[in-house]
Write a protein that binds this ligand. Sequence first.
Ligand code: NAP
Length: 289
Amino acid sequence: MVLITGATGNYGKSTIDFLLQKGFSSSNIVALVRNEEKASGLKEKGIAVRVGDYDNYTQLVEAFEGIDKLLLISGSDMVNRDKQHQNAVNAAKEAGVNHIIYTSFERKNETETSPITFVSATHIATENCLKSSGLDYTILRNSLYMDMLPMFFGDKVVESGIFLPAGDTKAAFALRVDMAEATANILMTEGHENKTYNFSNSENVSIPEMAGIISEVVGKEIPYHSPSQEVYVETLTKANVPSEYIGMFAGFSAAIKQGEFTVENSDLEKILGRKPITAKEFLTKVYAS
Ligand code: NAP
């Protein structure tokens, strides 16, 4: 029996859909949700729904009863995630779960000097918690979702180009849907115990190269400006962008520039059994419409 947490979120839903498409029986899937009202679609697919919040340890122990493999999808509460993930790992252990598959995050710099420590610190702590739990684990070091690029570029790309302090370093972003399909493949097959996989694209593409792709799609030169961090923050602040977004965009851009997402070896293509969707395919689809 497999349990998927975050089953009403994008990654969880998509992983469940791939499991079903690939012939995994709905009667062997349990979905963990924190809001049952959002779970009607899952129930219609014949999936058992259990309610549990990462903040509620007792609820999690009950929800994890009888589960063999558990896909732990990282939570979205940036402040309390450490404790929440610890709760999930400890509850799984108490409930007798054998194997946890965890959606972690790609990084190179694990020190506090990393510009994305606000994201990576929790993932490092959860990976350590899993490794010391005594349970079998599989760590999926997911790349930055390629899906997020249009948000980073903003909605005035065609009018004014891309303004992002990301330099011209290449990165191998992958789409969430590809990572979810690879996750389904892992859940359906054996031999992934105590392994760490890097889920990134097979090719590295820089932001100026992406500007080139968008230019071809829209039939117009899309300029790319890579300002200093200071100028970027000042410009977005003057444009009244909320500070948490500015911090996130600036941090990820600095990480791109430092090569945090430049990848030599990815496991995604191998586990998918095909090439992941490329930046060119994705950007063409987004900007052609
Ligand atoms: P999402 O659509 O926001 O889904 C997150 C899921 O986690 C939702 O189902 C949510 O429940 C559930 N959740 C959050 N807090 C919870 C709690 N306290 N107890 C139980 N469930 C809880 O995000 P996604 O796109 O599927 O991505 C999955 C995760 O990847 C995110 O949560 C985040 O940690 C991480 N992420 C990674 C990237 C990347 O670039 N690699 C980007 C964004 C996020 P509800 O449906 O009730 O809200």
